[in-house]
Design a protein around this ligand. Structure first.
Ligand code: PLP
Length: 363
């Protein structure tokens, strides 16, 4: 099998997809399953496409063990539209919601939500540049809050919740854009899980929402029809034309994961990759990972040399070796290696090999 001169791409998103999936999609592109057309050209009302979306949903349900009283929705508008859809739909009683701000995406979500209700930031790690996850418990939330909001994996700062906040009867809403399918989650602990696909699932264009049925149907009357979860739940994510191709590729990724041991197996692989990199960084005496050890993300590893000019040189030199997209988020600087499911162990090994040589030239 050719490697097509592919690079190791550490992008935070859009990001690497499994090569097997890319090859399968490429092979099936001109004539999908004997239909004489590609999925890009196919009517979303055709029985062939209905099968594709039904299989995608069924396979995601199997992968994540999603209970029957949850709807799976395939939406557009990216993660960003969920910052608005969540409060519009879920501020259904007191119009109060409590947010834990552990990074730029949670902060944006909280800011957007203030347009729609009484939003309280119950904890934040902003004062420490989001290098840790605050410990929050039931006593920290307003008892009449309509929901509690978290971002499980902080893509920009490279942190991840080492625990799940106890919210009692208050529905927990989680942005899992950069950690979905990298670890087993107990869906029942959440009222709503949502994730933009372009980090760990599929090409950009589809956002997955997994929502408990009793939380659907409470949006105010004047809510634009597209922004009401009920519209999508009642129409099997086909009220209007869905992002057909992204859903199709997501479905192929789900099949690929199921055929390779499911989330348990990919999680072990992800932990192995991340541990290799963090252990190297911690022992290097040259690079530093600023995030609290127990709160580190296995998906996005943030590190620095401590010298901005050297960081820039690192990123440029790595690129020359086919190790691309290692620059930290434009808000943060430094380096970030995103190690999503499809980033191979060999990529991490090549990165560490480069890091060691770079260190020896510059220490
Ligand atoms: C990328 C990202 C978003 C924003 O997604 P868009 O699709 O670009 O709007 C939100 N939350 C998290 C955790 C992300 O990583």
């Amino acid at each position: 099998m050719s490697n097509y001169n592919r690079v190791f791409n550490f992008s935070a998103g859009p990001s690497m997809l499994p090569l097997e999936v890319i090859e399968k999609v490429a092979k099936d592109l001109p004539n999908y399953n004997g239909t004489g057309q590609s999925v890009m050209e196919m009517s979303h009302r055709s029985k062939e496409y209905q099968q594709i979306i039904d299989d995608a949903e069924a396979n995601l349900r199997t992968l994540m063990n999603i209970p029957d009283n949850y709807k799976v929705l395939f939406l557009q508008g990216g993660g960003t539209l969920q910052f608005s859809m969540v409060p519009i739909n879920l501020l259904r009683n007191s119009k109060k919601a409590d947010y834990i701000v552990t990074g730029q995406w949670a902060k944006k979500a909280a800011e957007e939500a203030t347009k729609f209700g009484d939003i309280k930031v119950v904890a934040s790690s902003e004062e420490a540049t989001y290098t840790y996850i605050p410990k929050v418990g039931k006593e920290d939330f307003r008892p009449d809050a309509d929901y509690v909001y978290i971002c499980t994996n902080n893509t920009v700062f490279g942190s991840h919740y080492p625990y799940l906040p106890e919210t009692g009867d208050i529905p927990l809403v989680a942005d899992m854009s950069s950690s979905i399918l990298s670890e087993e989650v107990d869906v029942e602990k959440y009222g709503l899980i949502w994730a933009g696909a372009q980090k760990n699932v599929a090409p950009a264009g589809v956002t997955i929402a997994i929502i408990r049925e009793d939380l659907i149907g409470h949006a105010p009357k004047e809510t634009p029809i597209y922004l009401d979860y009920k519209t999508h739940a009642d129409n099997g994510s086909m009220y209007n034309t869905p992002p057909c191709f992204s859903i199709y590729v997501a479905g192929e990724v789900f099949k690929y994961l199921l055929a390779n041991g499911g989330i348990k197996a990919i999680h072990e692989y992800d932990v192995k990759k991340a541990t290799l990199l963090y252990d190297y960084i911690d022992g290097s005496g040259f690079y530093k990972a600023p995030v609290n050890k127990e709160d580190r993300s296995i998906m996005n590893a943030v590190f620095v040399t401590g010298d901005e000019a050297l960081d820039k040189e690192f990123i440029a030199k790595a690129r020359e070796e086919g190790l691309i997209n290692l620059a930290g988020h434009r808000a943060l600087g430094g380096m970030r290696a995103s190690l999503y499911n499809a980033v191979p162990l060999e990529g991490v090994e090549a990165l560490i090999d480069f890091m060691e040589r770079f260190k020896n030239q510059h220490k």
